[in-house]
Design a protein. Structure first.
Lengths: 294, 517, 314
């Protein structure tokens, strides 16, 4: 982040110099970020306009039209139930983005909560980090499958499961920033002034955590989209007939020889979305904290 | 659409060809050759090899090679001798005396005696899920080293069928292998043509030829009885749940035999000269159960669902068109086949359904339809049904679980309204009785008229009369919408062209089968 | 130094306890009763109850946990409900398969990823760099199961060469064993290779910019000597530290790949066990994989600390 946050007292001269605007300007100049966010925006548009862009309902089955290859009437063909795939892919975008965004927010929240606490208080640091280590020791997808088995097949539960899986690494990132910031001279100084803990946390420490947090959040979004697809693929994700890219892929798997379009399009959709998020994350990292490793 | 026609068309053309091929194949090309290992890819892994422990298909597909029963079914579904060489019924029809074959050896070397039979039957009656079929048995006595007498409380026309039923086999094991052994813990020792060697779960089950096996009679009468010879040295049953992997394994020669092949892959396999395919058909029929204690207590509501369903569509989607739309609870190929009540089957009448919904007083209440992902066709059928019901205005939500999860939900009568399942080939119509009897049904069905009919059937021994009673049963089942049958489900098996002597029938049977050099 | 090692090793214990607790709780919270699954839907409530008692499902949760933990510490993870054999045995039978897959994937990802990253960093902004970066970007965005499906489709045209299925351990038969492993390992390792490539590249770039490198170059030392000896050694440190995590990721990602390729590994076993409510097996498997992950990380950490002088004197 620009230095103004670290050096108290130096105010920007006019809004054009303010940190948010600086940030946006640099963002715009960064090719990765632009490409990434554009891709994500495209997917976002597709999701929002799903009803408009496709004249078919993603759930309606016209059995006599099943397994049709892509054509002018069905841009991406139909699946084995006779449902239009283009429409299902678009609605699948909605699900992926919803889940991804929700997971991102929850993990960021958890990250801030536990990361701040853990980094700031040496007493709580031990236990919190042990729990995080334990959570990270479970293989991600297995953990997700097990949680879904406990909670039951609902989209909300997918969000919960994935948030639990990806929270620990976010907590770690925030904690690392807190530890680094805590040692800075000026923070020591502020503490010496006996300022309240909360004030220190929120005014001085938290802003410094934002850069790596924002980057991690973007990557968490990407992980969530991939993980949701994986869970749906093995049947532990959102329940049918909800269109999910993973569901469509797994349903189409058996027809790969005769109807490859069922598996191709959702796969491409996943790749594009995740790529966009990764590019955006890369770009953000370039701007915010070039010293951060992958 | 063209592609789908191609698949179905090829499949149809195959039927003719397969008929010829099967005939050619079984018109034995040369004398049997002993030796070799057969590698068999099965869809399901057996939860246990204890023959009394469950009704799961994999248990008996493997178990049939290891164990034998007193009686068996032949290819015409008639009861024939197996371990009992003959039997006598008393004049009043309540006492059955079984005369055991002599010199039959168990895999542990000991000769089978009547004591072993009694021990096995006793254990079966304690732990087997199907034990209620023997409820009419008052006592079982050993009346000689090779005779067993069973006395019934009353005449039961289905008694012999219950003894011979391969579903949850009433296998005869040595006394020491079953005495005091809880479920799943019996020693895997039988009298069959193959004996058990090892089981590495999810890897394979290995059985090897039992040299001291004594076949029943001299003739292969098909089905599960007659002279069964072990030609292959060893058979390996390998669980391969993914259909694509079974197909691929057949093509690479990794498996000699694979069951439940997906219809879309069939044209590709039929073109392969190194393979043969067999259509097992039909193998089962998927069903939908109603929870008669909940909102479906209302007959009109059930009738609405019955009227709305389009079985052609369901069959098209669930099994890629590889099925037969037919109302019978038994297949056309079986002697018990009847179309009674068929007018109410496959009505595909949304207007009538909507009308019935109004009459039922349905107001958009949510209907919970429980299905499972373990059986692909059930899952697909459920989704199609949900759509069809939505179109007539029913608010149906799917509860999707794996099979054990769905069973757990089904136990709780407050948690479901409809449930998908399937009935595998029935060997005797009495097999369906327990669904309709108040004491044994698990979906709350209660109909005194039905109970009376079933009692009558149980007491009617003569085939023609019994057949008529079961016709009434089926008709009533349709009129009262006790449950719904969806369609006849065909499955495909594939095997190496080197395999000779294989006749497809109901389940995987690898005795009397050999592999050419 | 020894203190450091001891501290690290003991620090792992609470984590393992938490892992055990987590595995136990998670599994027992899953609805559905193994007794019912085993007996089938036609069983009477009495029978189910009897079986439950036999399975030890009757006692309270804390009791069950303590019993399980006590046994686990002795290496006895109980008996699988469905396989009828000790869990430890069942897991150890399948573990080698998954380990082979994870190791081959790791090997593949290092073999491809590291050189690619180095190449990209050394020829920064050239066509090579862009090629590597674009491919790597694709690698971290493409789901492994999709890649797997695609590979199966492509190679199924010629089924002779790369078999789908037919597992045999490579120490029994190297050739056939490897053949079965190749496609799954590529599917699994591709994403990891991409990550390693990216990380290596940025790490190398970082190091190459440092003054001491420029000094070495200015001193006229051979270009290769500079790159390989100085830069590489330092650049690889962060990469090596993530091997532990990478291994964990691969162990986890193996689940999906095993399902796609019907590879008889731990992952598939566990998914099946979850479906069947085979409590001891799922618990044991979660515990085992987590313990392996913790152990590998610990080992990597310790190894790393041996080489990093900054830590020696802690």
């Amino acid at each position: 982040m620009s230095e103004s946050a670290l050096v108290p007292g130096r105010r920007p001269r006019h809004w054009g110099e303010s940190p948010p605007w600086n940030f946006l300007r640099r963002l715009w100049g960064n090719h990765l970020a632009v490409t990434g966010f554009s891709l994500v925006f495209l997917v976002f548009l597709a999701a929002i306009l799903a009803g408009v862009l496709s004249s078919y309902d993603p759930l309606t089955m016209v059995v006599s039209d099943r397994m049709k290859s892509p054509s002018m009437t069905h841009l991406m063909g139909t699946d084995n139930f006779g449902r239009d795939i283009f429409s299902r892919v678009l609605h699948g975008a909605r699900l992926s983005l919803e889940v991804g965004a929700a997971v991102m927010l929850l993990t960021v929240g958890a990250g801030i909560l536990f990361g701040l606490v853990s980094g700031y208080s040496p007493r709580l640091d031990g236990p919190v980090m042990r729990v995080m280590d334990a959570m990270m020791a479970f293989p991600a997808i297995l953990f997700g499958i097990a949680i879904m088995a406990v909670l039951g097949p609902k989209t909300v539960n997918v969000v919960i499961a994935l948030s639990v899986v990806y929270a620990p690494r976010t907590v770690r990132i925030v904690r690392a920033s807190v530890l680094a910031t805590k040692q800075l001279d000026y923070v020591e100084a502020v503490r010496a002034q006996a300022a309240g803990h909360l004030r220190i946390l929120f005014r001085h420490i938290l802003p410094n955590c934002l850069s790596p947090l924002v980057v991690q959040a973007t990557f968490n979004f990407a992980y969530a989209v991939l993980a949701e697809a994986s869970l749906s693929f093995v049947g532990a994700g959102a329940p049918p007939p909800t269109p999910s890219w993973g569901n469509i892929l797994s349903e189409g798997r058996i027809y790969m020889q005769n109807a490859p379009w069922i598996t191709i399009f959702p796969g491409v959709a996943i790749a594009l979305t995740v790529m966009g998020l990764n590019l955006a994350g890369d770009g953000l990292r370039d701007i915010l904290d070039p010293r951060m490793k992958t | 659409m063209a592609r789908q026609r191609l698949v179905v068309g090829t499949v149809a053309a195959l039927l003719a060809g397969v008929g010829l091929l099967a005939a050619a194949g079984t018109a034995a090309s040369g004398a049997p050759v002993t030796g070799g290992t057969l590698r068999v890819a099965l869809t399901a892994s057996a939860p246990s090899l204890d023959p009394h422990s469950g009704t799961h298909l994999a248990i008996r597909e493997i178990g049939m090679h290891i164990f034998e029963n007193l009686l068996a079914f032949d290819s015409k579904f008639q009861v024939v001798p197996q371990l009992a060489e003959r039997w006598e019924t008393s004049a009043d029809g309540r006492v059955y005396t079984f005369y055991l074959r002599k010199g039959v050896k168990f895999h542990n070397g000991r000769e089978m005696t009547a004591e072993d039979v009694k021990a096995s039957v006793d254990r079966f009656r304690t732990i087997a899920p199907r034990r209620n079929e023997l409820d009419d048995m008052e006592k079982i006595e050993v009346t000689g080293p090779a005779t067993v007498r069973m006395t019934l409380k009353r005449v039961n026309a289905a008694f012999l069928a219950a003894i011979a039923n391969p579903i949850c086999q009433l296998a005869i094991l040595p006394k020491e292998a079953v005495e005091g052994k809880p479920i799943n813990k019996a020693d895997i020792v039988g009298t069959g043509p193959y004996r058990f060697v090892e089981w590495i779960p999810d890897r394979w089950v290995r059985i090897v030829r039992f040299p001291d096996y004594k076949p029943e009679g001299k003739v292969d009468i098909g089905g599960l009885g007659g002279a069964r010879h072990a030609y292959a040295d060893e058979i390996r049953f390998i669980p391969v749940p993914e259909p694509g992997a079974r197909v691929a394994g057949l093509q690479t020669g990794e498996y000699d035999f694979a069951d439940f092949l997906p219809t879309p892959a069939m044209p590709q396999l039929t073109g392969d000269r190194s393979l043969r395919v067999a259509r097992l058909g039909p193998q089962n029929y998927p069903t939908v159960y109603f929870n008669h204690t909940g909102k479906f207590k209302n007959l009109k509501l059930r009738q609405a669902v019955q009227a709305a369903l389009n079985m052609d569509e369901i069959m098209q989607v669930a099994n890629d068109g590889d099925g037969r739309v037919d109302p019978g609870f038994y297949f056309k190929e079986q002697v018990w086949y009847t179309t009674a009540g068929g007018k109410l089957y496959n009505q595909k009448n949304p207007e009538k359904a909507k009308q019935l919904l109004k009459e039922a007083g349905y107001n958009g209440e949510p209907v919970v339809f429980v299905t499972n992902t373990s059986y692909d066709y059930m899952y697909k059928a459920a989704q199609v049904i949900q759509e069809q019901l939505k179109k007539v205005g029913m608010n149906v939500t799917l509860g999707v679980y794996d099979w054990p999860g769905s069973l757990a939900v089904r136990k709780d009568m407050t948690k479901w309204d409809m449930f998908t399942s399937s009935h595998s080939t029935r060997f005797d119509p009495s097999a369906n009785d327990f669904y309709f009897r108040e004491k044994t049904t698990f979906f709350g069905y209660k109909n005194p008229k039905m109970e009376a009919l079933l009692d009558k059937a149980s007491a009617t021994v003569k085939f023609e009369e019994r057949y008529k009673v079961y016709e009434e049963v089926q008709k009533l089942a349709y009129e009262d919408v006790a449950l719904l049958k969806l369609y006849d489900h065909y499955t495909w098996q594939g095997y190496s062209a080197k395999l000779q002597g294989y006749t497809p029938w109901v389940m995987v049977r690898l005795w009397n089968v050999w592999r050419d050099r | 130094m020894t203190m450091y090692i001891l501290r690290r090793v003991f620090g792992v214990v609470p984590v393992l306890i938490l892992v055990a607790l987590g595995s136990f709780l998670l599994v027992h919270l899953v609805p559905g009763d193994p007794a019912m699954v085993m007996l089938g839907s036609d069983a009477t409530p009495q029978q189910i109850q009897a079986l439950r008692t036999q399975m030890g499902l009757d006692s309270s949760l804390p009791e069950q946990f303590l019993i399980w933990m006590r046994q686990a510490l002795r290496g006895d993870l109980g008996e699988s409900f469905f396989l009828g054999r000790p869990v430890t045995q069942a897991l150890l039978e399948r573990l080698p398969a998954t380990m082979q897959l994870a190791m081959l994937s790791l090997f593949f990802s290092l073999l491809i990823g590291a050189p690619a990253g180095i190449l990209a960093s050394v020829r920064q902004n050239s066509r090579w760099d862009q090629l590597v970066m674009i491919t790597a970007m694709g690698g971290i965005s493409i789901p492994s199961f999709w890649l797997g499906l695609f590979l199966i489709l492509v190679f199924s045209v010629n089924p002779g060469w790369l078999q789908n299925g037919g597992y045999v351990p490579i120490w029994e038969e190297f050739g056939p064993g490897l053949r079965v492993l190749i496609l799954p390992a590529i599917s699994l390792g591709f994403m990891q290779a991409a990550l390693i490539a990216r990380m290596t590249r940025s790490s190398m770039l970082e190091v190459l910019r440092q003054d001491y490198v420029r000094t070495a170059k200015a001193k006229g030392l051979g270009w290769w000597s500079v790159t390989l000896r100085h830069a590489l050694k330092n650049a690889m440190i962060p990469v090596i530290t993530t091997i532990g995590t990478a291994f964990g990721v691969l162990l986890g990602g193996a689940v999906i790949v095993e399902i796609v390729f019907t590879y008889p590994g731990l992952g598939r076993l566990v998914v099946l066990a979850v479906q069947r409510r085979d409590y001891p097996l799922v618990q044991g498997a979660l515990l085992l994989t987590s313990v392996i992950y913790v152990a590998v990380n610990l080992a990597v950490d310790l190894l790393y600390s041996v080489f990093d002088p900054r830590i020696k004197y802690e």
